[in-house]
Ligand binder design. Structure first.
Ligand code: NAD
Ligand code: ZN
Ligand code: ZN
Length: 399
């Protein structure tokens, strides 16, 4: 089959690889009909995530049809022919954490837990296509994928609903939603959101669903800010502002936003000396992540407010404004998304017509074009917001 493989920093390649096979009784094989490139994949592309190996199949936002199920799966749960969307986190459904709905903390799905333990103390769950530290699982930018614990994660879809409307239940819609939920939004709150990528866009819409009165969205790309406005947000182009924190104070009667969401993560862009220092330290491997947005969110948040961090961080950051965080009595919530809490309820919102997640799609290409689209998406060229890949289009179908 064809699959997108990481071959080194800035080097993705479509390779011919063996089809996946059932390895464990609770596995299923999915024939993928739609798959996407995520902002998280850019951290791999740019070489900032540890424990990648040349040849790794990437991708964690995919859906398709079940073509094989292992003997350990109850056919009432999943059977050949079911159409499913697959969550990017892999969870066993039985451990301490799964029992508490902390799905992205599953204790049984990362066989390489020991690598993560060295960096983080404990390992989170395994993820599709996202480093050997997080399981070394083959990802879903491919024609087929093996899905472990397939009786837990995949969500069965009703017939007739288009892939475009439901594929983002695999990650970014639940991620934006959990980002908003983690912000503890109360009716009437003002919510500031850093980053107007797909995660930020879904966080904006989810914040309103959860009762926000105002959302202030921050980015530097006018076309993304425009999409934020279409979602009801007021916007700030931070590249045109000297003092973002002061502007947020001015916009909120000097109180500060009640809730601040960092939907940017470890590769934030910025300006000034601190940003240059972060870039230099990141390049030298002294600091793994560049936390411009997180620092600003902590500084800007009103006293006693909440900072929610759906943006991904990989390792260690410098100059964390811990004094502000502590003295302002802030709360911080974060995590890889606990996907299975959100997929069914958000599917129901899509079915009721409350939201059509396909609004984020800007590019639709055959999987063979994935390598060039990584660059287009990374550099936000051609008004790129979200790239959807067709594993079977054109030349790919001949495989
Ligand atoms: N927690 C999870 O489970 C989870 C799941 C999916 C994605 N993510 C993470 O969410 C983040 C966003 O993903 P995405 O797909 O939207 O990516 P993206 O790259 O499309 O969007 C990031 C946006 O942040 C903006 N940005 C950069 N620096 C900024 C700054 N200083 N202030 C304000 N905006 C800034 C960029 O211009 C860009 O529009 C990534 O870190 C990704 O890894 C987390
Ligand atoms: Zn993702
Ligand atoms: Zn588990």
């Amino acid at each position: 089959m064809k699959a997108v493989c990481w071959m080194g920093a800035h080097k993705m390649s479509v390779e011919e690889v063996p089809d996946p096979k059932i390895l464990n009784p609770r596995d299923a094989i999915i024939r993928i009909t739609t798959t996407c490139i995520c902002g998280s994949d850019l951290h791999l592309y740019n070489g900032f995530m540890p424990a990648m190996e040349a040849g790794d199949i990437v991708g964690h936002e995919f859906m398709g049809e079940v073509v094989e199920v292992g003997p350990g799966i109850n056919r009432d749960k999943l059977k050949v022919g079911d159409r499913v969307v697959v969550p990017f986190t892999i969870a066993c459904g039985k451990c301490f954490f799964c029992q508490r709905q902390l799905w992205s903390c599953c204790d049984n799905s990362n066989p390489n837990y020991w690598i993560a333990e060295q960096m983080m103390g404990y390992s989170p769950s395994g993820l599709f296509g996202y480093t050997h530290m997080l399981g070394g699982y083959a990802g879903g930018q491919a024609q087929y994928a093996r899905v472990p614990f397939a009786d837990v994660g995949p969500l069965k879809l009703p017939n007739g609903i288009a892939d475009d409307k439901v594929v983002f239940l695999s990650d970014i819609f639940p991620t934006g939603y959990m980002g908003a939920e983690n912000a503890d939004i109360e009716r009437g709150d003002t919510v500031a959101i850093w980053g107007c990528g797909p995660v930020g866009q879904f966080a904006i819409r989810s914040a309103f669903m959860l009762g926000a009165e105002r959302v202030i969205a921050i980015d530097r790309f006018p076309y993304r800010l425009q999409q934020a406005q279409q979602g009801g947000a007021e916007t700030i182009n931070y590249s045109e502002v000297d003092d973002l924190v002061q502007l947020l104070k001015d916009m909120t009667g000097n109180l500060g936003p009640d809730r601040c969401i960092d939907a940017v993560g470890m590769e934030a862009h910025g300006s000034g000396l601190l940003y240059l220092a972060d870039r230099a330290k990141q390049a030298a491997g002294i600091e793994t992540d560049r936390p411009t947005a997180l620092r600003q969110a902590i500084q800007a948040c009103r006293k006693g407010g909440t900072v929610s961090v759906p943006g991904v961080y990989g390792g260690f950051i410098d100059k964390m404004p811990m004094g502000a965080f502590m003295n302002k009595a802030l709360v911080m919530k974060t995590g890889q998304t606990h996907m299975m809490r959100y997929m069914q309820p958000l599917l129901e919102r899509v079915e009721r017509g409350e939201i059509d997640p396909s609004f984020v799609i800007s590019h639709r290409v055959p999987i063979t074009k994935a390598p060039e689209m990584y660059k287009v998406f990374r550099d936000k060229q051609d008004h790129c917001t979200k790239v959807v890949l067709d594993p079977w289009a054109d030349g790919a179908a001949a495989a």
